[in-house]
Structures are given as structure tokens and as C-alpha cells.
Ligand binder design. Structure first.
Ligand code: NAP
Length: 336
């Protein structure tokens, strides 16, 4: 069956309420809510559902899709899904989309399929472009800091990737502050300013704030995008009354049941009550809390249905917080 031609909603930029924020000191505006392809877009997932989610996203102003070489499962298959989507949905809208991919985690066997060498990053991006049926990506990331490769080698590879026209901008993800500082200076001196830092910031995990990464980004004109902003679903109503069969936690690989201690559950229920007082769901409040932190450009949500995404979009434009939301400090940590 030939899929019907897709026509994007004419209302996608005005009636949907999406807001766009400048990404650091750059010309790029990103939607406050962006969509990640880590889960739900692999070859194990029904293609029609992946397509429905991305069409819904684009129709509601989400112009930024975030991928990586090894998203799936199987590795590479989320990018293949993106390639199919380019062919049957998004080709006519390429210039309205901001597509990112990354390299740095294990991807193919042998010494060159992992980490941050020039060899690995260059080869990986070429593979990614082939899988996604793209000539270039808008954004290419070093997915993680590689303590064994000279930072200058990784950074020069990013510079050269931009010079080759294979990526328009570069970013780094999960680099420690000291390495971020080196990256910012090196890339600026080579006329390829660091566009964005991708880190995990959410109500349960405030490390990028505590470590000074957000402040550094804000002070140096670098955007910040928060991955796993819902803590993989913990910061939603998904687990408040048990573990649903179709949930990420029930699959047990990336979100373990052991995490959901009675102590955490009680903290989440407390947050849920605060959200209700604000007239919001827990997911909405969790996202809007991130969006109100200094230096944050966008939240990078995952979704296994359009209904989830629809709910998450309600966080855009939510009111600021007039009270501090205390962090979760487990009694066993001794920090309480
Ligand atoms: N740079 C890195 O190292 C790194 C690491 C991780 C992620 N990322 C990026 O960040 C993106 C998002 O990560 P994530 O998927 O962990 O994000 P998340 O938004 O924290 O979690 C998404 C999951 O939460 C559940 N969910 C979402 N909205 C919901 C709602 N309204 N109500 C109930 N449940 C809801 C769904 O799980 P169910 O499956 O249970 O429905 C969904 O798959 C990734 O796709 C990837 O692009 C980057």
C-alpha cells in the first residue's frame, strides 16, 4: 500500500503554542520541547507508531529531533527509521527540521567503533548520514567524554566535520566541566563555536546545575538541552500506582525496578500533589521546572505515544515557580 502523502498541519507554528528559544549565542532557535529517538523508534518498534509520533510532533511545532548512531534497538535502526521518515514524510520539510545525531558509545566491533577518535567520529557520521538518507545533519555531538583520546583530536574532528559540510553545528554531551571549558575555548578559536551541551537535568538529578555546567553554558553563550527530563518516566504518573506492563520499567533494561524504592515513590507522590496545586500533571510540572532553570534551551522528551507527547507539550508556557522544589535525598545517602 502506498502511504498517503503527508501534508504538515498549516497551524504548526501559530495555533499550537510552541515557543522557540535561542540556543546560546547563536542564530538557532530550538523548540522548548524536542523529541528524542533513544527508545520507541527502533526496528523492534512498529514503524507506523513511530511515524505517527513524529508527524504529531512536527504538526505541533517540534522541529528538533535528536538521534545517535546506536539508538534502536538494534543499533542504527532509529536512524534507519529517520531515513524512512525522510522518504515518506519529511523530505519536503527538511529545511524546517533540526536533526541531530551523535557518536561516542559502542557502535560497531573493533577498536574504531567506540569513543572519541577522529577515525571513529568521521566514520560514524558517514554511516549515520547514509542510514538517515541525509546529506548533512544540523547538529553533530560527541556523545561522551573520552579520557584516553586527546581532547584536541576529538575537537578538531568536530571542526573538520563542519568544514566538510556534514554538520552545520556541533555539540558535546556528558563532558565534565573541565573538558567543557577546553572544548568551548578550542572550538571558539577554530571558528566553530560550541552550539549546545546535552546533559541530564531533571527534578531527580540536578548534577549539571550542581557542577556548574549550566552556569558555564549560560555565561559562554552555549545552549543547554536536558535529556531524560522525565527521568525515563519516573517524573510522570506512570509509576505512582504500580508498574504498567507496557512501561519502560517493566522491560527492565534501562529503568530498573529497584530504583522505585518506597522512599522515592513517596517523594514522587509529594511532587504529584504540588503539581496538582499548580493545576498541572506531574509530567507537565517536571518539564516546566527544567524550562525555568537558568541557561536551559529545551527539554528532550521521549514518548511511546502521541498521547504522552500531547501531555508533555502542555509544559510550554507554564507559569514560573514561586516555591523551591526540594531535591530527592535518600536517607541512606547520609546527606539528608
Ligand atoms: N546524551 C545522552 O547520553 C542521552 C542519554 C539518554 C537520552 N538521551 C536523549 O534524550 C531523549 C529522551 O530520553 P528519555 O526517553 O529517557 O526521556 P524521558 O522524557 O525522561 O522519558 C521518556 C519516557 O517516559 C514515559 N513518558 C513520557 N511522557 C509521559 C507522559 N506524559 N506520561 C506518562 N509517561 C510518559 C515514556 O515511557 P514508556 O515507554 O514507559 O511509555 C517515555 O518513553 C532520548 O530519546 C535521547 O534523544 C540522550
Amino acid at each position: 500500500m502506498i502511504p498517503e502523502p503527508y501534508l504538515a498541519a498549516p497551524t504548526r507554528y501559530d495555533a499550537t503554542g510552541m515557543q522557540y528559544k535561542r540556543c546560546g549565542r547563536s542564530g538557532v532557535l530550538l523548540p522548548e520541547v524536542s523529541l528524542g529517538f533513544w527508545h520507541n523508534f527502533g526496528s523492534v518498534d512498529p514503524y507506523e507508531r513511530s511515524r505517527e509520533i513524529t508527524r504529531f510532533a512536527f504538526d505541533h511545532g517540534i522541529t528538533h529531533f535528536d538521534l545517535a548512531n546506536n539508538y534502536g534497538p538494534v543499533y542504527g535502526s532509529a536512524e534507519e527509521t529517520m531515513g524512512r521518515l525522510m522518504d515518506d514524510t519529511f523530505r519536503a520539510y527538511r529545511d524546517e527540521l533540526f536533526i541531530a545525531t551523535k557518536a561516542g558509545y559502542d557502535m560497531w566491533p573493533g577498536p574504531y567503533g567506540n569513543w572519541g577518535s577522529r577515525k571513529s567520529l568521521m566514520a560514524s557520521l558517514d554511516q549515520s548520514l547514509r542510514r538517515m538518507h541525509l546529506d548533512y545533519v544540523d547538529l553533530f555531538y560527541s556523545h561522551r567524554y573520552d579520557p584516553a583520546t586527546p581532547l584536541e583530536e576529538t575537537l578538531q574532528a568536530l571542526v573538520d566535520i563542519v568544514r566538510q559540510g556534514k554538520a552545520l553545528y556541533v555539540g558535546i554531551s556528558r563532558w565534565p566541566l573541565e573538558a567543557l571549558q577546553v572544548a568551548e575555548a578550542y572550538l571558539r578559536q577554530h571558528d566553530v563555536p560550541l552550539l549546545i551541551y546535552q546533559g541530564r537535568l531533571n527534578l531527580l538529578d540536578r548534577e549539571p546545575q550542581q557542577q556548574g555546567i549550566l552556569d558555564f553554558c549560560a555565561e559562554h553563550g552555549i545552549g543547554f538541552i536536558s535529556f531524560s527530563p522525565l527521568a525515563q518516566g519516573l517524573l510522570t504518573d506512570r509509576y505512582l500506582n504500580g508498574i504498567p506492563e507496557d512501561s519502560r520499567m517493566s522491560k527492565g533494561k534501562f529503568l530498573k525496578q529497584e530504583v522505585l524504592t518506597p522512599e522515592l515513590l513517596s517523594y514522587l507522590r509529594g511532587l504529584n500533589a504540588v503539581a496538582a496545586e499548580r493545576g498541572e500533571t506531574l509530567a507537565e510540572m517536571a518539564l516546566s521546572w527544567i524550562l525555568h532553570q537558568r541557561g536551559v534551551t529545551s527539554v528532550l522528551v521521549g514518548a511511546s505515544s502521541t498521547a504522552q507527547l500531547e501531555k508533555n507539550l502542555r509544559s510550554v508556557g507554564a507559569p514560573a515557580f514561586d516555591q523551591e522544589i526540594p531535591p530527592f535525598i535518600p536517607a541512606a545517602s547520609g546527606k539528608g
